[in-house]
Design a protein around this ligand. Structure first.
Ligand SMILES: Nc1nc2c(ncn2[C@@H]2O[C@H](COP(=O)(O)OP(=O)(O)OP(=O)(O)O)[C@@H](O)[C@H]2O)c(=O)[nH]1
Ligand SMILES: [Mg+2]
Length: 362
């Protein structure tokens, strides 16, 4: 297994909790991507170094870490700018940030054409600026010497042109898929069948619930992002169309989210959104952080509160008292929520009743 070293820059010196949760999240993602975590470096600095993220002293420490521990990859929690990425890679070798890590996991999980295209688009959007930077550095250093530009520079330029061409091609293909998608959506609307969408953090149990309600057998697993592209099916015994979607994640780069716009349109266009929450998450602060992340993303997508039902999943792992405590902790007492166990099929009729009621009141 490849050895990974985690790096995180903490910009708020008063934050004594949140950064630990971020690290825990990063650790589980790094594990899911198939690396073994062998250590971590955290630096507190109010302002990130513009071109290095960490301070120079800390980077010297990291160089030493690499030498002593044979690190295969440095994984940064912070999203790196093009120049930071370029400099850190030159100093430390293989460097990735949370964005790259997420893409790596997505790639592992992607089965269908739309997901693959969306991932490639996200990758190109990130890498084209880096190649551009490399090219401009080479060009500048080339200008210092008389004579024609070297073959190396030419190759870089060609590469860039090809990548931009590929990016445009993917954007066009995804645009075609998007049009096809909205056509399907309009057809469903004409039939008068309401659409209900399952959203939530990765691993919340969305697909387990989807399978239970529709009789499908879509893949379910404890690894993050098992579902990448939306799945669609009629609910058994209810005149409702159900959509299963990609899971959310803390601090996902907007560019990455933008690349998955087809999926996001499914959420936006739904009559009702089921916000599936793993209410049994061991770390109660992580539970809150994840809950807030999804709530914020839904707000950003313009989903109004009256269109949301909170589905508190995995109650088979909790006592009634614990469940009650957590409902209060998340301030959900006055919201419309249903505690269920998708795995055991507990309270499913309560959920379908709540869905039918909400749809009738629309
Ligand atoms: N104990 C328990 N485990 C559950 C329940 N629902 C789902 N799980 C487990 O939680 C894990 C994640 O389930 P999924 O249905 O794949 O979750 P998801 O939200 O679709 O995850 P992504 O597709 O990765 O976003 C699996 O190991 C399921 O078996 C439940 O009600 N109780
Ligand atoms: Mg899923």
């Amino acid at each position: 297994m490849q050895k990974a070293w985690l790096c995180l820059l903490r910009t708020d010196p008063h934050d004594h909790k949140l950064y630990k949760i971020y690290l825990e999240e990063l650790r589980s993602l790094v594990g899911a991507a198939g690396y073994t975590v062998i250590g971590e470096t955290i630096q507190t600095r109010r302002k990130p170094h513009v071109s290095l993220l960490f301070g120079r002293g800390k980077l010297e420490e990291l160089k030493e870490v690499k030498r002593q521990n044979d690190v295969d990859v440095f994984v940064f929690f912070n999203i790196l700018s093009t120049i930071q990425y370029y400099n850190l890679s030159s100093i430390l070798g293989n460097v990735i940030d949370r964005y790259d890590l997420t893409l790596q996991i997505f790639e592992e999980m992607s089965m269908d054409r739309v997901s693959k295209l969306q991932i490639e688009l996200a990758r190109l959007r990130k890498h084209i600026p880096i190649i551009k930077l490399l090219e401009s550095i080479r060009f500048k250093s080339g200008r210092e010497h008389p004579g024609p530009r070297s073959l190396g520079e030419y190759a870089y330029h060609r590469k860039l042109v090809n990548l931009v061409r590929r990016l445009k091609k993917i954007e066009r293909e995804l645009q075609r898929y998007r049009r096809m998608h909205s056509l399907h959506r309009r057809k469903r609307r004409k039939l008068g069948i309401p659409t209900v969408c399952l959203t939530g953090y990765y691993n919340a149990g969305k697909t387990t619930l989807f399978n239970l309600l529709t009789g499908q057998e879509k893949p379910v697993s404890p690894s993050p992002f098992t579902t990448l592209s939306s799945k669609y099916s009629k609910v058994q015994g209810l005149d409702v169309f159900l959509i299963d979607t990609i899971g959310f994640m803390t601090g996902l780069d907007p560019q990455l989210i933008e690349s998955f716009s087809i999926t996001l349109e499914d959420i936006k266009e739904s009559d009702l959104v089921l916000n599936v929450i793993d209410i049994a998450e061991n770390n109660i602060e992580l539970l809150k952080l994840r809950y807030r992340e999804v709530v914020n993303q839904l707000k950003r997508l313009g989903i109004e509160e009256h269109r949301i039902v909170y589905v508190l999943n995995k109650i088979d792992l909790l006592s009634d008292i614990d469940l009650e405590y957590r409902v209060k902790y998340l301030n959900l007492e006055n919201e419309s929520y249903v505690p269920i166990s998708a795995k055991r099929g507990e309270n499913i009729s309560l959920l379908t009743e709540a869905v039918a009621r909400k749809l009738a009141n629309k």
